[in-house]
Design a protein around this ligand. Structure first.
Ligand code: SAM
Length: 421
């Protein structure tokens, strides 16, 4: 391929560009970049008009989360000739490039452009664990992303109004919303969501036969790491009566709330204090105000007291006119390991009926089955210390969700706690 910064052949670049009319490709990213390159070539004597081979080698991959065009981290670093040209652009030229990209995608509803950067498990500056999985490296390139707040600042309603929000629709119509500067979005979970919806691999406990005669509309689910509703929304779409969720990150809580509204589900947010206990509200008030339209009750704070909170709510709800929907599933969607909440998950499952916990773990691909034995053994140990009995606990399915890193698989272990009728 001709280097993009190759010397021009002596003709004025504007003459050359006139000879080759701009051809649209089927890729709007390539179109946006090549349109910029042509106009850039007209305005400078250093760069030739790109030929077909150059255009074909331009970056092609992108993601749309309306109204955001999200570019992969490598978009300006490969292939080398393009990387070299990009490196030579000044700030004004780069803005023109981003604008040209955005205008190519305008018919698809795009108004903003950003560069993706991986979620860091540990903040590289402070060395502190990034518990909220904030996308610390997302780089806004084009468009108004609102004020950029310090990661530690707890957002308020004004911050939510001023922030930039995006959304996507997955699995036949589930809308998810988030503020991309503050909340991660993991596309790789789409197969696990499909499984919860009954559209993928085996997923027990959401139909009358595996629920022992109970209807899916009579059960509830606890999601201890709710995020913006990744898995909670799939359970709701599948028809469970209610999801009780926990989430630390205020931006994710607001994303989940907005997503619920777009999907037509009521959502009640209950604030917790710094140790995860109720703040400014009593159990009685939560139960009094709850209606059947509140499909998610989302506790904003740490999940460490989740089992105690549910143990207080259950008897109050059983006394009220709403029928109590037993908790038959507990979702533990934290990577690299959800082990800190295995104990709570056992306490949260219904004592009379039992149920399933969905343990998300990053596992060495050579140790996936060994890990299964370890998890079951640990659940049995926790079960005996909780109940004084040996519980019947099995792992009936391992879902290999996605490769997390070379040699490491994000797996979900379906742990079934059987209770004799
Ligand atoms: C990796 S995200 C999981 C979201 C979704 N389940 C998924 O797999 O994509 C983990 C979420 O758990 C939240 N989180 C982490 N520790 C928590 C805790 N102790 N209590 C409540 N939420 C927590 C984070 O803020 C984050 O939104």
């Amino acid at each position: 391929m001709e280097p993009l910064d190759a010397k021009h052949n002596g003709k004025r670049s504007s003459e050359r560009s006139k000879k080759r009319p701009l051809k649209e490709t089927s890729n709007p990213l390539i179109d946006g970049i090549s349109r910029f390159l042509r106009s850039h070539a007209e305005g400078t004597s250093h760069h030739p008009v790109p030929d077909t081979a150059v255009i074909a080698a331009l970056p092609k991959r992108y993601t749309i989360y309306k109204p955001l065009l999200l570019l992969p981290a490598s978009v300006f670093t490969s292939p080398p000739a393009w990387a070299q040209l990009y490196a030579s652009l000044d700030d004004t030229e780069r803005q023109r490039l981003y604008e040209s990209m955005a205008s190519s995608f305008r018919p698809l509803g795009i108004t903003h452009v950003a560069l993706n950067a991986p979620i860091e498990l540990t903040n590289s500056n402070t060395g502190i664990e990034n518990r909220m999985r904030s996308p610390v490296g997302l780089v806004p390139l084009y468009g108004d992303f609102g004020p950029i707040l310090a990661p530690a600042k707890e957002p308020d309603s004004n911050d939510f109004t001023e922030a930039f929000w995006v959304q996507t629709v997955q699995n036949g119509g589930i809308v998810q919303c988030w503020a991309p500067l503050y909340t991660m979005f993991s596309r790789g979970n789409v197969t696990e969501k499909a499984r919860v919806l009954g559209l993928g691999n085996r997923f027990d406990g959401l139909d009358a036969s595996s629920l022992g005669g109970q209807d899916v509309g009579e059960i509830s689910v606890v999601d201890l790491y709710a995020g913006i509703g990744y898995f909670s929304f799939s359970y709701l779409k599948r028809g469970v009566k209610r999801v009780w969720g926990w989430e630390l990150n205020g931006w994710s809580v607001e994303g989940l709330r907005r997503g619920c509204l777009k999907n037509g589900w009521g959502c009640k947010v209950i604030p917790l204090d710094e140790v995860g206990a109720l703040r400014d509200v009593t159990y009685e008030a939560i139960v009094d105000e709850l209606t059947d339209d509140d499909r998610i009750v989302l506790f904003h704070g740490d999940n460490r007291l989740a089992a105690e909170i549910m143990a207080n709510i259950q008897p109050l709800l059983q006394r009220e006119h709403h029928p109590w929907a037993p908790v038959r599933h507990v979702n533990l969607g934290l990577l690299p390991s959800s082990q800190p909440t295995w104990d709570s998950s056992l306490k949260l499952l219904d004592r009379e009926y039992g149920g399933w916990t969905h343990v998300h773990e990053n596992v060495d691909i050579t140790e996936i089955d060994v890990k299964k034995e370890d998890i079951v053994a640990e659940y049995k140990r926790l079960g005996s210390s909780l109940s004084g009995q040996v519980l019947d606990i099995t792992c009936d399915h391992i879902e290999k969700v996605k490769t997390y890193a070379p040699g490491v698989m994000h797996c979900v272990y379906d742990i079934h706690v059987h209770v004799d009728p």
